[in-house]
Design a protein around this ligand. Structure first.
Ligand code: PGA
Length: 256
């Protein structure tokens, strides 16, 4: 079955103020893009969610993290339920920037289950830090998926999204390299195999998307040649012109 493409903007800890976030959001909405064939999601810092939700319902919203606990004395944490209540419908989980702050696969596993039960679509980020170990990246991806998805109900697998984000290709990584878009297909097939082995061949699989320096000049190649089901731009989601261009590319492709 052909899946709808999805473009997810990860704003990370940007912009600096609610006013700037509103302006950025309005400039994206103003783009009058047609999201007919593509789902569009923006994950701003959660403190801006309420304000952005009021501006337009044209774009769905998400958070960049949730607590691994359901509720209680966890100072500074935001639960899956709270994120849903203020308007989030997606949650980026296990991002490499959070893993470097100490988040483990076990934590991500708890978060995925809490997100699903709160009605949020978990966007599970996986990916190796470098390619120095030859083909070791396959076992790294497999371990991350197996540990993060363990115990997930097989009927919920298709309600998640798996984002392959090689850390060495992120725009914020020093001495970064570009990941060659056609090579995404190999990763996608591998992830499908890992999930089928885990949950059974008949299990409906999730969308498998790419993130790591996604730009208007490589989006088409990732979606067409790499057969990505969607894209997760960070830096370029903060530039309305570039983000709109990426959405336009995804939309045009589905028509063929
Ligand atoms: P980037 O970020 O597009 O700036 O590389 C992607 C991400 O970290 O999710």
């Amino acid at each position: 079955m052909r899946k709808r493409k999805i473009i997810i903007g990860n704003w990370k800890m940007n912009p600096e103020s609610a006013k700037l976030a509103e302006t950025l959001y309005k400039n994206i909405i103003k783009g009058k893009f047609s999201a007919q064939n593509t789902d569009v999601v923006i994950c701003p810092p959660y403190v801006f969610l309420g304000r952005l939700k009021k501006i337009s319902k044209k774009i769905q919203l998400g958070v960049q993290n949730i607590s691994k606990e359901e509720r209680g004395p966890f100072t500074g944490e935001i639960s899956a339920e709270m994120a849903y209540d203020v308007g989030a419908r997606y949650a980026i989980l296990g991002h490499s920037e959070r893993r470097t702050m100490g988040e483990t696969d076990r934590d991500v596993n708890k978060k995925i289950k809490l997100a699903l039960s709160a009605g949020l679509v978990p966007i599970l980020c996986v990916g190796e830090s470098s390619r120095e170990g030859g083909h070791e990246y396959f076992s790294i991806i497999k371990k991350q998926i197996s540990e993060c998805m363990t115990g997930v109900n097989k009927n919920s697998v298709s309600k998640t999204i798996i984002a392959y984000e090689p850390v060495w290709a992120l725009s914020s990584t020093a001495n970064r390299h570009d990941f060659a878009p056609p090579e995404f297909l190999e990763i996608k097939i591998f992830i499908k195999k890992v999930l089928s082995d885990m949950f059974g061949a008949k299990t409906e699989l999730p969308r498998i998307i790419y993130g790591g320096s996604v730009r208007p000049d490589n989006a088409l190649e990732f979606l067409r040649d790499g057969q990505a089901d969607g894209l997760l731009p960070g830096k370029d989601s903060l530039d309305p012109k570039k983000f709109l261009e990426i959405i336009k590319i995804a939309n045009s492709l589905e028509k063929h």
